[in-house]
Design a protein around this ligand. Structure first.
Ligand SMILES: Cc1cc2nc3c(=O)[nH]c(=O)nc-3n(C[C@H](O)[C@H](O)[C@H](O)COP(=O)(O)OP(=O)(O)OC[C@H]3O[C@@H](n4cnc5c(N)ncnc54)[C@H](O)[C@@H]3O)c2cc1C
Length: 323
C-alpha cells in the first residue's frame, strides 16, 4: 500500500525530506506558509530586482550534500562563486568551495520540489491524530488528512508550537536556540563598493556585506548589495521599523568602508526572526515511531544549509523505515 505523508515547511530540510519520501514511493504533500518555496534559501525582489536575502552561498562537507550540489551544477541550478576577498580573509572564511544557486539562491531547492505536491500560502496551525492517521489544520480552520506520518521541517521555536504535546519533544526542542538576523538589500545606480566583493564581521553591527551582482548568473542592474546585521544587534533591534533599520545599516556600511555619502535608489530590510542557529540539537532529526511524527531542520545538526539537507534526508529515511 502507498502511504500518504505530509511535510510542513518547504525549506531545504522539508523538501529534501519530501524528495526522499517520494523516491521511496510515498505520496507526499508539502505545506508552506509563504507564497514561495525555499525558506531561508531565498531570492527576494526589490522592485523587479532579485537579491539573495537569506543564505549567501553553500558549502559541502558531507558526500551526500556534495553529490546534490554536483547534480545542481550539472543541471545549471548552481555554480561556483569565487568572490574577490582580501587574502587574509580568504584564509579565514573560504575554507571550502562556495556555490550559489543560479539565477538566484532559491534555485537550490527547485529540483527537490519537482515530484511532490507543494501547497503554498498554507500556514499549519495544529496537528491532530486519530486511529485513521494525522489531520493537518490550517490558520483558516480548514483541514486535510488523514496522513500516515508527518514531518515538521520548520525552525525549532515554531516546531515547539506544533509538537508540544508529543512526549519528549518539547524538552529536546527547548534545548535549541535561534537568533534573529536583519538582512538589507540595497540597489545603487553605479559601482560603489571598493574592489572586494565580500566583507565579513566588519564591526559589532555588521556580520556580512556582499556584492550580490558578483555572483554567477545574475544580471547586474547597477550595484546590488546584501547586508546582514550581527545576531546581537538584530536581537536588540528586533522590533524596530524596517526602514529605520535599512538606513542605519547602510550608514554603518558607508562609515566602515569609507564610502562617499550616496543615497541608494532602493533599499529593503527583512527580519529573519529565526535566522541563525545559536545552539543546535546535536542529533540529525527527532522522530517518534510510535506517533509517526518527527521534526527536522538546520538546527538539528548545525547552522548551515547543508545541515538542513542532511536532517531532512535523515527524517525521510526514519519515516520510510517506520511505515
Ligand atoms: C541571513 C542568513 C544568512 C545565511 N547564510 C548562510 C550561508 O551563507 N550558507 C549556509 O549554508 N547557510 C546560511 N544560512 C542558513 C540557511 O539558510 C539555513 O540553514 C537553511 O536554509 C535552513 O533550512 P530549513 O529547511 O531548516 O529551514 P527554513 O529555510 O527556515 O524552512 C522552513 C520553512 O517552513 C515554513 N514554515 C514555518 N512555519 C510554518 C507553518 N506553521 N506552516 C507552514 N510552513 C511553515 C517557513 O516559511 C519556511 O519556508 C543563512 C541564514 C540566514 C537567515
Amino acid at each position: 500500500m502507498t502511504h500518504k505523508v505530509a511535510v510542513i515547511g518547504a525549506g531545504l530540510a522539508g523538501l529534501s525530506c519530501a524528495s526522499y519520501l517520494r523516491r521511496a514511493g510515498c505520496f507526499v504533500d508539502v505545506f508552506e506558509q509563504e507564497r514561495g518555496i525555499g525558506g531561508r534559501v531565498a531570492t527576494a525582489r526589490v522592485g523587479m530586482v532579485p537579491f539573495d536575502s537569506g543564505a549567501q552561498y553553500l558549502t559541502a562537507r558531507s558526500d551526500v550534500f556534495r553529490n546534490y550540489i554536483n547534480e545542481l551544477v550539472s543541471s545549471g541550478y548552481a555554480a561556483r562563486w569565487d568572490p574577490k576577498v582580501s587574502s587574509g580573509e580568504t584564509k579565514g572564511i573560504q575554507l571550502h568551495t562556495w556555490y550559489v544557486g543560479t539565477p538566484g539562491m532559491s534555485s537550490i531547492v527547485r529540483p527537490l520540489a519537482e515530484s511532490v505536491r507543494v501547497h503554498t500560502s498554507r500556514k499549519v496551525h495544529t496537528l491532530s491524530q486519530t486511529d485513521k492517521g494525522w489531520t493537518i489544520w490550517f490558520d483558516d480552520q480548514t483541514n486535510v488528512g488523514p496522513f500516515a506520518a508527518v514531518a515538521v521541517a520548520i525552525p525549532a521555536p515554531a516546531a515547539r508550537l506544533l509538537l508540544g504535546r508529543i512526549e519528549g519533544m518539547v524538552e529536546a526542542l527547548s534545548r535549541v536556540r535561534m537568533q534573529p538576523t536583519w538582512s538589507v538589500m540595497v540597489r545603487l545606480d553605479r559601482q560603489t563598493l571598493p574592489e572586494q566583493d565580500v566583507y565579513s564581521d566588519m564591526s559589532e553591527v555588521l556580520r556580512w556585506i556582499a556584492r550580490n551582482s558578483s555572483k554567477p548568473g545574475r544580471k547586474p542592474q547597477g550595484e546590488m548589495i546584501v547586508i546582514h546585521a550581527s545576531p546581537a544587534w538584530s536581537r536588540e533591534t528586533e522590533d524596530a521599523d524596517p526602514e529605520a533599520v535599512a538606513e542605519e545599516l547602510w550608514g554603518e556600511v558607508t562609515r566602515q568602508l569609507g564610502l562617499p555619502a550616496v543615497a541608494p535608489q532602493q533599499m529593503l530590510a527583512h527580519l529573519w526572526r529565526h535566522g541563525l542557529v545559536e545552539q543546535s540539537l546535536g542529533d540529525t532529526f527527532i522522530y517518534s515511531t510510535h506517533y509517526k511524527v518527527g521534526t527536522a531542520g538546520d538546527w538539528c545538526l548545525g547552522r548551515l544549509a547543508e545541515h538542513a539537507y542532511e536532517s531532512g534526508q535523515g527524517l525521510g529515511r526514519a519515516i520510510v523505515n517506520s511505515l
